[in-house]
Write a protein that binds this ligand. Structure first.
Ligand code: 4AZ
Length: 263
């Protein structure tokens, strides 16, 4: 039995079937060079990724990531918004360092959470924030409902965040990024059993682990070809062999997101 880690930890117990699959081999690519370290990756900046947003409490403590998709709209994970109200959170753009004071801080005028959301392991882990202040940064484009080719196993995806750089480590003061291969539905189901809902999720990571999102990265982007294709959602620990990170399959929710972006 083991915990599933989320940005706002919620006690969760895995199905015995998933535990039994703990030693199952994942069909992720093995031939690529593993990039350095998120977990395993390199430091980067919000100049390089201007759509990368910090989601903080009213005191400025970052607890999740988000992606700017329009001047006043940010895509994040529904589980990041559990127990939150709009008045309690802020979105910070243009700030590479957690301890910085630069960039733009906005209040949130509305939190939309997918109405079907219950728990990250049940899917529907998507939310859209409406900002009070426009962000003067170039937004990311996001996949349309028909762009499912981005989820082909082996596709290179980019992850970003200020989360912990090891499973029980500390957050990174500087934004980090890494690339990870998309993992097949079959492999991800082998790892996670019925908690993996293929219609709503996609996995990414190396069979051997070592590179992954971790606590505090939730809500942030999974990019394919620079386009937002996923939202950091959950996983068993971080960067563990056989347990890839799980991301919201954004194409499934693209039309719902668009309705919020246009509202
Ligand atoms: C988290 O707690 C979290 N390794 C995010 C991603 C993963 C685990 C935990 C996936 O925000």
């Amino acid at each position: 039995m083991f915990e599933l880690h989320r940005a706002r930890p919620v006690a969760a117990v895995m199905a015995a079937t998933a535990a039994a699959a703990a030693t199952a081999l994942l069909g992720a690519p093995t031939a690529e060079a593993v990039p350095q370290p998120v977990v395993g990756g390199t430091t980067t900046t919000t100049t390089a990724y201007p759509f990368m947003m910090q989601i903080t409490d009213s005191s400025g403590n970052q607890f999740c990531g988000g992606t700017l998709v329009a001047a006043k709209k940010v895509v994040t994970a529904a589980h990041c918004m559990a127990g939150e109200t709009a008045s309690r959170i802020r979105v910070v753009g243009g700030r590479t360092y957690l301890n910085g004071t630069d960039g733009t801080v906005s209040k949130v005028s509305k939190i939309w959470v997918d109405p079907d959301y219950t728990d990250a392991t049940n899917g529907d882990d998507v939310a859209v924030l409406t900002l009070s202040t426009s962000m003067p940064y170039t937004p990311a484009s996001y996949v349309s409902s028909s762009q499912t080719g981005v989820y082909a196993a082996g596709t290179t995806a980019r992850i970003l965040g200020w989360g912990t750089t090891s499973e029980n480590g500390s957050s990174s003061n500087q934004l980090r990024t890494a690339t990870v291969p998309v993992v097949s539905d079959t492999s991800c189901r082998s790892a996670y059993g019925s908690d993996y809902v293929a219609s709503d999720m996609v996995c990414a990571g190396y069979t051997s682990g070592g590179v992954d999102t971790c606590q505090g990265d939730s809500g942030g982007p999974l990019l394919v070809g620079g386009v937002l294709a996923g939202i950091t959602s959950w996983g068993e620990g971080c960067a563990e062999a056989g347990y890839p990170g799980v991301y919201t399959r954004l194409a499934t929710f693209s039309d719902l997101v668009t309705a919020q972006v246009q509202s």
